[in-house]
Every structure is written in structure tokens, then in C-alpha cells.
Design a protein around this ligand. Structure first.
Ligand code: GLA
Length: 401
């Protein structure tokens, strides 16, 4: 009897022990975040419009569910230390906004930072982590992006664990998005801390260059892709490498946007749209809601793709999928159109990380072109395509019995 009581106490204390909420991100999170388009100009009106448009555009049906307010929603703390919203920008308060987002069948997210001040200079969570987590839980927050500005002298893992424990103690399942820019190799320690972690500095809506902001740089889509290559093995269900939010619809060409979105899906990246959903073009909507492409990102195995080859500015990336399927992506990084004539038999796949193989001499796969939305023969014949500069072709291979 005594032993049983000890066991019960042990089990109870184990379940009370702070941890991350497991199982909230079995596939990469999908949603929208205010930063890339609105930065510190964000307001309640923008967030409501984004939520409405998420539903009316078909994005909700395509799988997007989080509406996240990034930096600059914060006002000051009250006399008891509870964080208040900036009432000029968010006159109805955060709870009312979260309720509205929930009423549309969506989930709601918010932003803070480990330091005294956020990157936008607003009040951050240092010293108030548990108090802030209680506020988030009481407002109905489902997702927290937690940034790394004014973090001087803090240990990254320790600082993020403090907020993980605060969220756990607040007893509301909240996806924890670690935004530490890859400075302290979060892929090595963050799987038990959060559900996703930024792997790089900020993205910009440029395809292939670094943008110099004086004291810091932001990165184009290709620069970010290149930084994912060595960290593939750390990615997986409930713990994702996050190469930053999408810039689709924010000024690149349509082909560049398509290549950007394709690569995020090949990488099993979180798909957090960053454009003005309320005013998006038909082309942007078609990219963001392509169900067959999204299915590559959301594949239940959660295995990130890898660069198979690179010849004359054309990169071939492959990604193992459920049921023995494969995604194959041809990314034309060059400034010229590429005339592809691809022999499968000369390109058998052996993925050394997972041990998965595709033997095209022995097996025949059907080919589905996911941007053209059409079947494209089988792997018994060469695959041909004209690939525009800075564009990508994405196919799905399925074994033919
Ligand atoms: C950092 C983050 C961005 C954004 C801004 C907000 O730069 O990396 O994604 O959240 O802060 O100030």
C-alpha cells in the first residue's frame, strides 16, 4: 500500500513536471503572421481582416489555422505588472480579438520576447514570464512566437525553458515558436523546449541576395534555403526547423514566389503566410492554396527533403513521403530558362539519413506535376520540362504496382 502511494505521488509529480505540450504540431504549423507585411503598423483591423480573408480565400480549407499578431501589439504593464495591449491599435483588447478569431474556427497567436524589450522596442517578458503566460492563457492564446532581442547575458536554452515552464504552468496548450535566429544552434537543444525554432535571421522578399540594414542583415529565399542543408536531420513531427515566414505575395515575381513556396514544402517548413490576405492577387492565392503542394509539406512522415544534385544552376531536391512516394523538385536558380531532360534510371535515390530508396530500374512510378495539376507519364521515360529562371517544378512520384 505504502509503495502504491509512493508510486501515485511520483506519477503525479511527473505529470506536474513542466514540459512542452506534446503533439500540438505533428505536421508543420500553418497560419498567417502580421510581421512581414504590416510590421509595427499592425492593428486590430488588419488582424480581423486577415482572419476573415483566411476563411473567404480558401486558405482555412487548405489547412492554415493560426492567426498570429507579431510585435507591436503591446502597451505598458498595469500596476500589478500585467501586460496590456496598445489600446490605440487594439481598442477592443486581445481577448475580444482572440474570441473573434476562434469564432471563425481558427486559432490565435501572439508574440513576445525573452528580454526587457522586443525587437520593435515594446515591453517584453523578462521577469514576467509566468505572469504573461497567465495572461495569454486567459485571453485564449494558442500559439506564442518568442523572440530574442535584448537577450544580453541570457542563456538561450535556459531563457526558452523558463517560458516553456510558464506556459505549462498556465495550463493551456500553446504552440511554442522559438525565434532565436539560429544563433545558439537551437536544433541541438530545442526539440524538448518548443515546437519550432527559427534557423536564421529574418527573411526579406528578395530571391537571391542579402539585404543590408546597417546594423543587421536580412536574407533572400536562396540564402535561407542554403542555411537549411546541414540541419535536415533535426526536423520532424512536433519539432520543426523554421526557415522564417513566407514572403509569397510581398513583391517577388510569381515564379520566385512559386519557387519559394515549393522549397518551404520540400523542407517541411512551417507555412506561415506573411502577406496581406485581404488584398491578395489570384496568383498569390493559387500558390498559397495549392493542395497538392501543401500535401508535400504536411506529409505525415515529417521528413525534410535534401539536395540531390546541382548542375548548371539547376538543383534537384528529393523528399521521402508516406506510402513510399517521393517529392522531386527542380529548382532553377539561374537567370536563364532550363531545358530539363531527366533520366530517372540514371538517378536512383538512396537517402542515407532515412535509408529510403527509389530504384527506377526495378520499379516504375507514376509522375504527377503538382503546379501544372496534371499527370506526366511514368519514370520509365525521361521527364522533360522547360523551367523558367527562378522557378521550380515539383512532381510527386507514386509507385505503380
Ligand atoms: C525579429 C524577428 C522577426 C519579427 C521582428 C519583430 O526581427 O526575427 O520575425 O518578429 O523581430 O520586431
Amino acid at each position: 500500500m505504502k509503495q502504491l502511494i509512493t508510486l501515485a505521488v511520483l506519477l503525479l509529480s511527473f505529470t506536474m513536471y513542466a514540459q512542452k505540450y506534446d503533439g500540438l504540431a505533428k505536421t508543420p504549423p500553418m497560419g498567417w503572421n502580421s510581421w512581414n507585411k504590416f510590421a509595427c503598423d499592425v492593428s486590430e483591423k488588419h488582424v480581423r481582416e486577415a482572419a476573415d480573408a483566411m476563411v473567404s480565400s480558401g486558405m482555412k480549407d487548405a489547412g492554415y489555422k493560426y492567426i498570429v499578431i507579431d510585435d507591436c501589439w503591446q502597451g505598458e504593464r498595469d500596476s500589478l505588472g500585467f501586460i496590456q495591449p496598445d489600446l490605440k491599435r487594439f481598442p477592443s483588447g486581445i481577448k475580444a480579438l482572440a474570441d473573434y478569431v476562434h469564432s471563425l474556427g481558427l486559432k490565435f497567436g501572439i508574440y513576445s520576447d525573452v528580454g526587457w524589450k522586443t525587437c520593435g522596442g515594446k515591453t517584453a517578458s523578462r521577469g514576467h514570464e509566468f505572469q504573461d503566460a497567465i495572461s495569454y492563457a486567459s485571453w485564449g492564446v494558442d500559439y506564442l512566437k518568442y523572440d530574442w532581442c535584448s537577450s544580453e547575458f541570457l542563456n538561450a536554452k535556459g531563457a526558452y525553458i523558463t517560458m516553456r515552464e510558464a506556459l505549462y504552468a498556465a495550463r493551456r496548450p500553446i504552440v511554442f515558436s522559438i525565434c532565436e535566429w539560429g544563433d545558439n544552434k537551437p536544433w541541438e537543444w530545442a526539440a524538448e523546449v518548443g515546437h519550432l525554432w527559427r534557423t536564421t535571421g529574418d527573411i526579406s522578399p528578395v530571391f537571391d541576395s542579402v539585404v543590408n540594414h546597417g546594423t543587421w542583415n536580412s536574407f533572400g529565399v536562396m540564402q535561407i534555403v542554403d542555411k537549411q542543408i546541414d540541419i535536415r536531420k533535426y526536423n520532424g513531427p512536433d519539432h520543426w526547423n523554421d526557415p522564417d515566414m513566407l514572403e509569397v505575395g510581398n513583391g517577388m515575381s510569381n515564379n520566385e514566389d512559386k519557387a519559394h513556396f515549393t522549397m518551404w514544402c520540400i523542407l517541411s517548413a512551417p507555412l506561415i503566410a506573411g502577406n496581406d490576405l485581404f488584398n491578395m492577387s489570384k496568383e498569390t492565392k493559387e500558390i498559397l492554396t495549392n493542395a497538392e503542394v501543401i500535401a508535400i509539406d504536411q506529409d505525415s512522415l515529417g521528413i525534410s527533403g535534401y539536395k540531390y544534385s546541382s548542375v548548371d544552376g539547376l538543383e534537384t531536391w528529393v523528399k521521402p513521403l508516406q506510402n513510399g512516394d517521393w517529392a522531386v523538385c527542380y529548382l532553377n536558380r539561374s537567370k536563364k530558362e532550363y531545358d530539363l531532360n531527366y533520366s530517372w534510371q540514371k538517378n536512383n535515390i538512396v537517402d542515407t539519413l532515412t535509408g529510403k530508396k527509389a530504384d527506377f530500374e526495378k520499379d516504375k512510378y507514376g509522375i504527377r506535376d503538382l503546379w501544372a495539376h496534371k499527370d506526366a507519364g511514368t519514370t520509365n521515360k525521361n521527364f522533360t520540362a522547360k523551367i523558367a529562371s527562378r522557378d521550380a517544378v515539383l512532381v510527386r512520384l507514386s509507385l505503380k504496382k
